[in-house]
Write a protein that binds this ligand. Structure first.
Ligand SMILES: [Zn+2]
Length: 324
């Protein structure tokens, strides 16, 4: 029997909770979904926030875009406040329960789960699905329970890795295959197909959930993404939304997802994420008392978290640099 470590006290949540009382209505038949069509040919772009109800940075960015009266010059722009039912549970002093109501909404994007939706998140995803299906480019805003360093999650397709590099920010790009527990929105349908079918989808992890800086990261990503999609002109975007380019960007490919066998999982050190373990065999943590070790040299830890510890939940992913 191993002794569970004492629960760490949660980090203070300093990012203010946005008032979405007007934004949550949307301007479409789908609550929380805004859609603007320029009437001019161009990409159909979707920006989504609050897939996880306690990840507020993206909601702030969409609220700012609406407040600024941002409209597409070419193509169309859809803004979606996704899991409002979970967001309504948000409490800064106990923010973990607002991640979802019944099920993680970023693990339900497959036909078997959405054709006969039987819980809060599946019903909501089924409502939003038509907007995802009719979009060409998708940027999904998230934040993290531990790491402060923003991460761009591209999936495995080169077209999305290339877009992440073209955006110039953030510095760290993670090519990852998603989760065994279910399909993410950014991998749904055409977005998950191999090769270049004209779609692009990125999932930006803007930093720690409660960090005020995550709001600025989200705005910078929103601005860069809409420019890359040619949805707007640079002059349409407030200069203050842009952060400086990340000097050098590096791309890492996820090779392993470490899942908890049970609630008996703990890390060997208080990992923050992006630590490099120099040697194969270096200790990462213990699962039911068994050591979990780096499988190869220069193994990078991605988003270590025991915040949602249950059997089968990914607690850390392992990555290695993609050779240029
Ligand atoms: Zn998230």
């Amino acid at each position: 029997m191993s002794t569970p470590a004492a629960a760490p006290s949660p980090r203070p949540f300093l990012l203010a909770c946005p008032d979405l009382s007007s934004e949550r209505a949307g301007n479409t038949d789908t609550p929380g979904v805004w859609h603007f069509d320029s009437g001019v040919p161009g990409k159909r772009v979707m920006l989504s926030a609050l897939i996880h109800g306690n990840e507020l940075c993206g909601a702030w960015a969409l609220k700012d875009a609406l407040a600024a009266g941002l409209r597409p010059r070419r193509g169309s722009l859809t803004l979606a406040f996704c899991n409002l039912a979970a967001f309504d549970r948000f409490d800064p002093s106990n923010y973990a329960p607002a991640r979802f109501v019944d099920e993680d909404m970023n693990r339900v994007w497959s036909e078997d789960k959405l054709s006969a939706p039987n819980n809060q998140e599946r019903r909501r995803a089924a409502q939003i699905r038509p907007w995802v299906e009719r979009s060409d480019w998708l940027l999904d805003f998230h934040s993290m329970s531990n790491s402060d360093v923003p991460l761009q999650l591209t999936g495995m397709e080169q077209r999305n890795i290339d877009l992440a590099l073209a955006l110039g920010n953030p510095a760290t790009i993670i090519a990852d295959a998603g989760h065994a527990a279910g399909v993410r929105m950014r991998d749904y349908g055409r977005f998950g197909q191999a090769g270049d079918n004209g779609t692009r989808s990125l999932l930006i992890e803007c930093g720690f959930h409660g960090a005020p800086e995550a709001h600025g990261v989200a705005l910078d990503q929103l601005a860069r993404f809409l420019l890359a999609a040619d949805t707007v002109d640079r002059a349409d975007l407030p200069a203050a939304w842009f952060a400086p380019d990340a000097g050098a960007q590096r791309a890492l490919r996820v090779t392993h997802a470490v899942a908890a066998k049970s609630a008996d999982f703990r890390f060997a050190q208080p990992w923050k994420g992006l630590e490099t373990l120099p040697r194969a065999g270096d200790l990462i943590g213990w699962s039911e008392g068994e050591p979990v070790v780096a499988p190869y040299d220069d193994c990078v830890l991605i988003m270590p978290s025991t915040a949602n510890l249950r059997p089968g939940v990914t607690v850390v992913r392992l990555a290695q640099p993609i050779a240029a």
